[in-house]
Design a protein around this ligand. Sequence first.
Ligand SMILES: O=C(O)CCC(=O)C(=O)O
Ligand SMILES: [Fe+2]
Length: 280
Amino acid sequence: MTYAAEKLINLADYPIHIPGPARDAVLARVRGALAQDGCAVIKKFLTPAGIAALTAEADSVAEQGHRSFNRTNAYFTQDDPSLPQDDPRRQFYDRSNAFIPADNFVADAPLRSVYDFPGFDEFIRECLQEEAFYRYADPLADVIVNMAEEGNGFPWHFDTNNFTVTLAIQNAESGGAFEYAPGIREGDENFAEVARVLAGTSDRVKVLELEPGDLQLFRGRYSLHRVAPLRGARRRYVAIFSYVQEPGMVGAPERTMQLYGRTLPIHHQRAGQRNDAYID
Ligand SMILES: O=C(O)CCC(=O)C(=O)O
Ligand SMILES: [Fe+2]
C-alpha cells in the first residue's frame, strides 16, 4: 500500500508545494514567530487521516525503539565540583526515552511520504531562512520517531543544534507540555534566570500544548526548554526531521550506538572524515 502525501498533509490550509500568496502567508507567519521567540507551530499540518496513518506506522515499529538513559544538566556538560552546589550547571536530571531508528520508516510508508513530499524540504528551509541546508545523510537518523512513556520526559536543556523540526504524532494521556524560556541566554548565559527556570520560579516560561499533527520549528540553542513528565499508559510519539549544514554527514559511531543501539558500515567509513553532526 502506498500513501499519497496529499492525503496526509493538510495542503488545503498549507499549500507548501504551490508558490503564491497562500504559501507566502504561511512563511511570513512562521518567520515572524521564529524571530519573535525562536518557536513556530504549524497547527494541524497533518490531516486526521495523516495522524492516523503515522500513529499506526509508529505503533507497528515501536518494538524497534532503542531506549537510552542518562543523567544530564541543561548544557550536556560534566559535573564541575568547583562551582557552587546551586549553580545551574550542577543540576542534573534523569533523561530516558527511545528513538525508533530511521531505517524502520521505509519509502512510501506514511512518515517518509511526508518527508519526501516534493517541496517539504524547501518549505522548511525557507521557513528557517537557512542557506546551507541538507538532509542528514544518516540512514539511522534522517527521520526518526522519539517514543516516550509514563515518567519519561526531556528535562530542561539547551539544544546543540541550530534548529529542530518536529511533528507531533501522539500525546501521552497527560503531561508532555513543551515549556520554553525564549531567548533566555541571548547575549550571555544568564545563569540567575536559568536557575529560576530550573526552580520553577521564573515568569519567562511559555507553555505549548502541542497536538497530534502539529509541526514545530524551534531554535533551541538560546531558549531553555523541556518536555514535562508524561502520565498515563499511552506513549508519546514525535517525529524528528534532521537537516545539517553540509552534505553527506552521518553521526559518529559511538554517538550512534548510544542513541540507536547499532551502527551501519557508513558510520565507520565516514568517521573522522569531517566534523560529526550530533543530532539529538
Ligand atoms: O520531543 C520534543 O518535543 C522535543 C525534544 C527536544 O527538546 C529535543 O529533541 O531537543
Ligand atoms: Fe531540545
